[in-house]
Design a protein around this ligand. Structure first.
Ligand SMILES: [Zn+2]
Length: 141
């Protein structure tokens, strides 16, 4: 493992996620990068982790590695599911759904979501009551 302290342009500023604790932080003009033994970048350390010292940072890295391992397992499972998926949505389906959503918006449809469920109404006009189009969970009104 190698550390590199590098200088940034003060006008740029930057936002990064700390490799050790995962917290998002805003950098100033100096960044501390971690590289593996071959010099490949692994990320940067936030000022808080630097301030807490090496042992603390090592613990945070271990914690984070566990989280990433769990995420990686989830992604592998997902990849397996995708291999077997015969209902993988197509771009055409997405575009169709988008077009439908835009049309609904034009038709002045109001979707209400709350603790009870979701319901869609066509807004009433000229004294007509709102028309319930569909509902999931407990119906409203
Ligand atoms: Zn950190």
């Amino acid at each position: 493992m190698q550390f590199t302290i590098h200088k940034l342009s003060p006008s740029l500023g930057y936002k990064a996620n700390c490799t050790a604790c995962g917290m998002r932080y805003e950098g100033d003009v100096i960044a501390v990068a971690i590289n593996d033994d071959e010099g490949h970048p692994l990320g940067e350390l936030c000022p808080n982790c630097l301030g807490e010292g090496a042992t603390y940072t090592a613990d945070r890295l271990r914690d984070r590695a566990q989280v990433l391992r769990a995420k990686a397992r989830g992604l592998l499972d997902l990849a397996r599911d995708f291999d077997e998926a015969d209902d993988f949505p197509t771009l055409a389906q997405l575009q169709e759904a988008e077009a439908e959503a835009y049309k609904e918006a034009e038709d002045d449809i109001v979707v209400i979501r709350d603790d009870l469920g979701t319901a869609a109404y066509r807004r009433g006009t000229h004294g007509h009551p709102a028309e319930l189009l569909w509902a999931e969970g407990v119906t409203h009104g």
